[in-house]
Design a protein around this ligand. Structure first.
Ligand SMILES: [Zn+2]
Ligand SMILES: [Zn+2]
Length: 267
C-alpha cells in the first residue's frame, strides 16, 4: 500500500494537488476554475469522481478559485479552518458541504490521517498539511514567509515534501514591483525565497524522504530553470541525488508520482 501525488499546477495564478492512495484521492486546494481543474485532471489521468474531499490551505484566490463549483459538481465536502470558512461565506464562494478543522488537531478523510499546522503567511488562518496513510507521509507547505520551528517540525522526516520556492532575491529586488509589495513578499508573512527553501532542506529531509516538489515559483521574480539548478546543486551537496526532484510549473500538470512500495515495511 502506498501513496502518491499529482501536482495539477502551482504558482500565483493557481494551485492544486491531488493526493492518492490505491482506494481514494483527496484534492489539496482548488486554485483553478472548475473547468480548468477538469482539463488538468484529464491531462494526467486523474478521475475527478474518485476525489473524496477538498482541503484548503487558505483563502487566497490562487487556492480557492474552483472550490465552490468543483465541490458542488462532485458533491464532496470542503475542509477548512473556521476563520477561512467565515471569510468564504461572506464572499459567497463557499460550496454546499463544508467541514471545519483546527490547526494542530488530527482528523481523518477518506482513510488519510491529516495534521494541519499553522504557517506564517499573510492570510486569515493559513495552514500546511501532513497527510499520512499506512506509515507513509506527504508534507505540504505552499505559501509561507518563513520556515519557523513548528513548520520545521511538521515538514521533518516525510516521504514526499512539497515546499514553496517562490522568488530569487535579486530578481525580486530588481523587479518593477512596488516597494510595499516587495516588502510584503520578503517579509516573514510573505513567501519563501529560493535560498531559504533550499537551506532548510538539510533540516527537513531524512533517509526516508524520496521525493521533493518545489512549488509556487514566481513567474516574474524566478525561473523554473533557476530553481531546478539550485535544487540539483543543493541535493548534490547533501549527497541526496537519490531524491526525485520536481519543480512544479504553473501551466503544466505533472503525472502522478507514486511512492515505491519497496521498503515501506521497514518503517
Ligand atoms: Zn497565499
Ligand atoms: Zn498562493
Amino acid at each position: 500500500m502506498t501513496i502518491g501525488i499529482t501536482a495539477l499546477g502551482s504558482g500565483s495564478r493557481g494551485n492544486a494537488f491531488v493526493i492518492h492512495s490505491p482506494d481514494a484521492s483527496i484534492l489539496i486546494d482548488a486554485g483553478f476554475s472548475r473547468k480548468d481543474l477538469l482539463v488538468r485532471m484529464a491531462a494526467v489521468g486523474v478521475i475527478p469522481g474518485q476525489i473524496k474531499a477538498l482541503l484548503l490551505t487558505h483563502e487566497h484566490e490562487d487556492h480557492v478559485r474552483g472550490c465552490r463549483l468543483f465541490c458542488n459538481q462532485f458533491d464532496i465536502p470542503a475542509y477548512m479552518t473556521s476563520r477561512t470558512m467565515d471569510y468564504l461565506e461572506k464572499k459567497e464562494t463557499l460550496s454546499s458541504r463544508v467541514l471545519v478543522f483546527a490547526p494542530g488537531e488530527f482528523f481523518e478523510v477518506a482513510g488519510f490521517k491529516i495534521l494541519p499546522f499553522a504557517v506564517q503567511h499573510d492570510a486569515i488562518d493559513p495552514v500546511g498539511f501532513v497527510i499520512s496513510k499506512n506509515g507513509r507521509s506527504i508534507a505540504l507547505a505552499t505559501d509561507l514567509g518563513a520556515v519557523n520551528g513548528l513548520t520545521r517540525q511538521r515538514l521533518y522526516d516525510c516521504d514526499i515534501l512539497v515546499l514553496e520556492s517562490n522568488y530569487d532575491q535579486e530578481m525580486l529586488k530588481n523587479s518593477q514591483r512596488q516597494l510595499h509589495l516587495k516588502r510584503r513578499i520578503m517579509g516573514r508573512n510573505g513567501h519563501l525565497n529560493n535560498l531559504d527553501t533550499l537551506n532548510s532542506l538539510p533540516e527537513l529531509l531524512t533517509e526516508r524522504t524520496s521525493a521533493l516538489f518545489l512549488v509556487h515559483v514566481s513567474s516574474e521574480c524566478n525561473t523554473y530553470e533557476l530553481v531546478r539548478e539550485l535544487a540539483r546543486h543543493k541535493l548534490h551537496e547533501m549527497r541526496r541525488q537519490d531524491i526525485f526532484m520536481q519543480v512544479v510549473e504553473q501551466s503544466v500538470p505533472v503525472p502522478t508520482y507514486w511512492l515505491e512500495t519497496a521498503g515501506s515495511l521497514e518503517i
